[in-house]
Design a protein around this ligand. Structure first.
Ligand SMILES: [Zn+2]
Length: 337
C-alpha cells in the first residue's frame, strides 16, 4: 500500500556558503514534495545540508527573535531564518483544474466538500498546532480562510512549468487576487497527471515563485483516485459519496498537509529538521487515534456503510487528516495542542 521509499524528490538547488562564522548557510530547496503514502523518512544527508557550515554535526544556529515565543528550539525541528505566513486568517485560494463536472470524485459535490473543509479549518484544534511556529516578528495565527475559488477546465496534463503558469494565469486574469500572504492550491481531477511525478514520487508538493513581482506560494494537490494504493488512506472516506470513491477525502488529507507546510515554511527556508523534513512530513500518514463511522457519526451514508475511519470533526463533518508536528514541549505528532 505504500509507494517505494527513496522517492521524495528534493530539487536541491543549492546551498552555498559562508565567509564568516556567524553567517548561515543558505538552503534553497526549490520545491518540497510529499508522498502521504510514505511513512519512512527520506533523509537529506546532513552533510548536504550543513557541510558548508563548518561543523557538520551542528544544527544551523537559530536567529534569536525579539518577541517571546516566535522562535523556539529543542522540539525536533529547526528554524532557518525565513518568514512564516502570519496573516489572520491566511487566505487559501483554490484552483480546480481538469474536469470537475465529471463522475466519481470529480464532481461539484467534491468541490463543495473541499471548499467547506477550507472554510471551516481556521482556528480548529488541529490547525492551531501551527501557532507553535513563528519567525522573528511573530507566530502563525492558526487561522485560515477560503480566499477564492476558480476553475480551469482542461484535459491537458500538468508539468511543473504549466503548474506555475496555471497559478500565474489565475492571478493575472483577475480570477484570484495577487497576495504574497496567501497560499494557492491547484487541485486536479483524477484524469489529470502532473508529469514530474504525481502518483509515482509524490501526492502533492508546495513551492513558491515570483509571479508579477510578488512571491507567490502555491501547491499541487492531485486527486488520489488516480492512484488510491499510493495516495489514498482508504478507498471509502468519511465523506465519500459512494463506496470506493474516496478521492475527495484523500485529497483533503494532502491539502491539509500542504497548506500547513506552506504556512510554516512558505519559502522553504523557515522550518524543517536536520533531515530536510518539514513539520507535516514528520507525521506523514500518521493519523493518531481514529474512530469508525457509525450511525451516530457525521459521516456520509457511504462512509458509514464502509465503516470508514476518521480522526477529527469540525464544520459538521468528520475528517481523516494526518497529525501535525507540535513545535513545543519537545515536539511530537498531535491532533491538537
Ligand atoms: Zn510535506
Amino acid at each position: 500500500m505504500k509507494l517505494p521509499q527513496g522517492k521524495i524528490r528534493f530539487a536541491l538547488a543549492f546551498l552555498f556558503m559562508v565567509l564568516a562564522a556567524n553567517f548561515l548557510a543558505a538552503q534553497a530547496v526549490q520545491q518540497h514534495v510529499d508522498n502521504p503514502g510514505q511513512t519512512a523518512m527520506d533523509p537529506v544527508p546532513d552533510d548536504v545540508t550543513h557541510s558548508h557550515h563548518g561543523n557538520p554535526n551542528q544544527f544551523l544556529p537559530v536567529i534569536p527573535g525579539p518577541i517571546g515565543d516566535t522562535v523556539v528550539t529543542g522540539n525536533g525541528i529547526n528554524y532557518h531564518g525565513g518568514p512564516v505566513l502570519k496573516a489572520n486568517p491566511v487566505p487559501i485560494y483554490l484552483i480546480f483544474y481538469g474536469n470537475w463536472n465529471g463522475t466519481g470524485s470529480n464532481t461539484q459535490a467534491s468541490v463543495s466538500l473541499i471548499e467547506h473543509f477550507v472554510s471551516t479549518l481556521g482556528n480548529t484544534p488541529i490547525e492551531h498546532i501551527a501557532t507553535t511556529y513563528g519567525d522573528n516578528t511573530g507566530n502563525v495565527s492558526g487561522n485560515v480562510s477560503l480566499g477564492g475559488v476558480t476553475f480551469v477546465n482542461s484535459s491537458t496534463n500538468l508539468n511543473d512549468t504549466s503548474l506555475r503558469t496555471t497559478v500565474s494565469n489565475a492571478i493575472s486574469s483577475g480570477a484570484l487576487p495577487r497576495n504574497a500572504n496567501g497560499v494557492y492550491m491547484v487541485l486536479t481531477s483524477s484524469n489529470i497527471n502532473e508529469t514530474s511525478g504525481f502518483c509515482t514520487q509524490y501526492c502533492g508538493f508546495h513551492t513558491h515563485a515570483t509571479l508579477g513581482g510578488v512571491d507567490i506560494k502555491y501547491a499541487f494537490v492531485g486527486n488520489p483516485d488516480r492512484c488510491p494504493s499510493g495516495c489514498e488512506i482508504q478507498r471509502t472516506g468519511p465523506n465519500s459519496p459512494a463506496t470506493n470513491v474516496g478521492g475527495a477525502d484523500g485529497l483533503i488529507n494532502v491539502l491539509s498537509h500542504e497548506q500547513f507546510e506552506a504556512i510554516t515554511d512558505p519559502d522553504l527556508n523557515a522550518w524543517f529538521d536536520s533531515s530536510g523534513q518539514e513539520n507535516s512530513d514528520k507525521c506523514n500518514f500518521n493519523f493518531g487515534t481514529t474512530s469508525t463511522c457509525t450511525s451516530t457519526s457525521l459521516c456520509s451514508a457511504a462512509g458509514k456503510a464502509a465503516s470508514s475511519k476518521w480522526n477529527v470533526s469540525f464544520g459538521n463533518n468528520d475528517w481523516m487528516i494526518q497529525q501535525q508536528w507540535e513545535n513545543a514541549a519537545g515536539g511530537k505528532c498531535v491532533l491538537h495542542l
